[in-house]
Design a protein around this ligand. Structure first.
Ligand SMILES: Cc1cc2nc3c(=O)[nH]c(=O)nc-3n(C[C@H](O)[C@H](O)[C@H](O)COP(=O)(O)OP(=O)(O)OC[C@H]3O[C@@H](n4cnc5c(N)ncnc54)[C@H](O)[C@@H]3O)c2cc1C
Length: 520
């Protein structure tokens, strides 16, 4: 390979979670395989803080931590992390009626694969008994309701009685990733403010110029500068595709509050409560709760949004400062352009309803690392594929998040009514919802491996939100009633066992601080 085209120096700009995830994945795949193959430098400003929100993750994070060589105990202790078994959606299906709330769970445990269509069986035989979809198909909704952890102290790291992700302190997570990248994986870390960017004649990025006058040259650049998108957006002028006509929320106001009592229970799920112009996230870490109101400024004022948040929290929010966070909803037309890839908020962002930020950024950082070209000559085709795949992932996330809004029957504000307007719903989602009125979702609805949300996720949301699938034309799939009822009975038995054995979530976290989890 000619020296001129070799990619030997990778420069990442930005030290938020996206920058450090990128550094870890690239170094793990490139430097640990062949120590002299590339040099990776991460440049971050000491003056521009990382966004520092993003406290909910999904189960894929377990695989990433394992892949990057971070132990679960170390992660829990250093990031104040707790376990997350899904999301409890409160008041999303309808407005609270006579002050009475409604809720459903989107859990992380997938029903075990079976040749019996358990969903169709539930629709036909169980739904009308009042047993929720989630409780019929899994033990995890009840585990959450009982405040239980997904595992015991003797369960090895990264394994559980049910699937789980984590809640974490985003700034502490960045610090842990930074330590791992620098100390274990050989990444160079530089603190500097990037003031200017120079280009080659062909438009590729040549170097960064820092405030102190230093020139940092590179063969390949990763833009992790947050919403600003300094390299891909500002310098290379890759346009932003705004999706606020589909997803209306554009701001968050966030507060961190201590627990009322030291030994207060810690929820092992995120609580997402719908309000009139958005929704509130409520996430329990070991010492505090992180709570935020995500809302649309087209439908409410910032002052009202903050008042609604404080009313949700109650007296614990008195005298505690809040933080206003503007959000840009959408993604770049391309994520890889010339010799630059954007990862993190600089690539795109969809509101945090399903905690998709870290998930998409982690998955795309991994994709970049696994596909990374050693020569610039190979870049165009890999970049084309990368752009196509990542676009599929974003569109899938947008459809899934939008589904929560358009399945809602809330009618207490224009925000909810407008969310169901046909022109705000992507055609891909409209088609699926129309199909599912006459048959339950199936694997055929999910053609791409790059769909972030799949069959089971949609099933939990649809049937949690009382979606009506009419099975009149679907009788041929309803034959094996006997087998199905045996499988449902087995789930209920498993439930009794799990509920009697699993510890309370806080008790497990306390024990992990004392003893640690068993290494695999
Ligand atoms: C309200 C809200 C809630 C969220 N909740 C979740 C959630 O529950 N789960 C989830 O997975 N994700 C969530 N996210 C997304 C999450 O915040 C991001 O995934 C994550 O923090 C990645 O951010 P980032 O690293 O791309 O950008 P940032 O954290 O903004 O980091 C940008 C970095 O770039 C550096 N930088 C910028 N300009 C320069 C410059 N000129 N020179 C040098 N360095 C520079 C900064 O110093 C900083 O280090 C949420 C986001 C928002 C807005």
């Amino acid at each position: 390979m000619s020296k001129e085209h070799a990619i030997k120096k990778i420069v990442i700009v930005g030290g938020g979670t996206a920058g450090w995830l990128a550094a870890n994945h690239l170094a793990k795949n490139l430097i640990t395989q062949n120590p002299n193959s590339v040099k990776i430098t991460l440049v971050e400003s000491a003056n521009i803080p990382a966004i520092g929100v993003g406290e909910g993750t999904v189960p894929m994070m377990r695989q990433s931590l394992q892949h990057l060589g971070i132990s679960e105990t170390e992660f829990i202790l250093e990031c104040d992390a707790t376990f997350k078994q899904g999301i409890k959606f409160v008041d999303w299906t309808t407005n609270p009626i006579a002050g009475k709330s409604n809720y459903y769970h989107h859990i992380f445990d997938y029903p075990k694969t079976s040749d019996v269509d358990l969903t169709a069986y539930w629709l036909k035989n169980i739904k009308n008994t009042g047993m929720s979809y989630v409780d019929a198909l899994s033990i995890q909704g009840q585990m959450c309701d009982a405040g239980l952890a997904p595992k015991m102290i003797t369960t090895p790291e990264f394994q559980g009685a049910a699937s789980y992700g984590y809640h974490l302190d985003a700034n502490k997570f960045s610090a842990l990733l930074a330590k791992n990248a620098v100390k274990k994986l050989g990444v160079n870390h530089l603190q500097a403010d990037v003031l200017d960017i120079t280009q080659h004649e062909n438009g590729e990025i040549k170097s960064l110029i820092t405030k102190g006058g230093q020139t940092i040259s590179g063969d390949f650049f990763v833009d992790c500068t947050g919403f600003k998108s300094l390299l891909l957006g500002e310098k290379l002028k890759v346009p932003f595709k705004d999706k606020s006509d589909t997803l209306f929320v554009d701001h968050a106001v966030a507060i961190q509050v201590p627990y009322e009592k030291e030994d207060a229970p810690i929820a092992s799920h995120t609580i997402s409560t719908a309000l009139t112009s958005g929704w509130v996230w409520d996430i329990g870490l070991k010492e505090r709760r992180g709570i935020g109101h995500v809302y649309s400024s087209r439908y409410t004022s910032h002052e009202q949004a903050e008042q609604d948040l404080r009313a949700y929290i109650g007296p614990m929010a008195n005298n505690v400062d809040s933080r206003l966070i503007p959000m840009k909803i959408g993604y770049r037309e391309k994520f890889w352009h010339k010799n630059c890839v954007a990862l993190g908020l600089s690539q795109g962002f969809v509101e945090p309803l399903e905690a998709t930020g870290l998930l998409v950024f982690d998955a795309t950082a991994k994709m970049l690392a696994e596909q990374f070209p050693s020569s610039k000559l190979d870049m165009p085709l890999i970049a084309k594929q990368f752009n196509e795949r990542v676009t599929i992932s974003w569109d899938n996330v947008i459809d899934f998040v939008k589904a929560h809004y358009c399945l809602s029957k809330r009618d207490d504000s224009d925000f909810w009514l407008d969310n169901r307007a046909s022109d705000s719903i992507p055609d891909s989602l409209k088609e699926r919802l129309a199909r599912w009125q006459h048959q339950p979702p199936s694997a055929y609805d999910f053609a791409s491996k790059f769909d972030i949300f799949n069959l089971e996720n949609y099933q939990y949301i649809l049937y949690g939100m009382d979606f009506d699938t009419n099975l009149d034309n679907f009788q041929h799939r309803l034959a094996k009633d006997e087998r199905a009822s045996e499988e449902f009975a087995a789930i209920q038995n498993q439930m009794q066992f799990a509920l009697s054995k699993l510890p309370k979530h806080r008790d497990l976290i306390d024990k992990i601080y004392q003893y640690g989890l068993q290494k695999i």
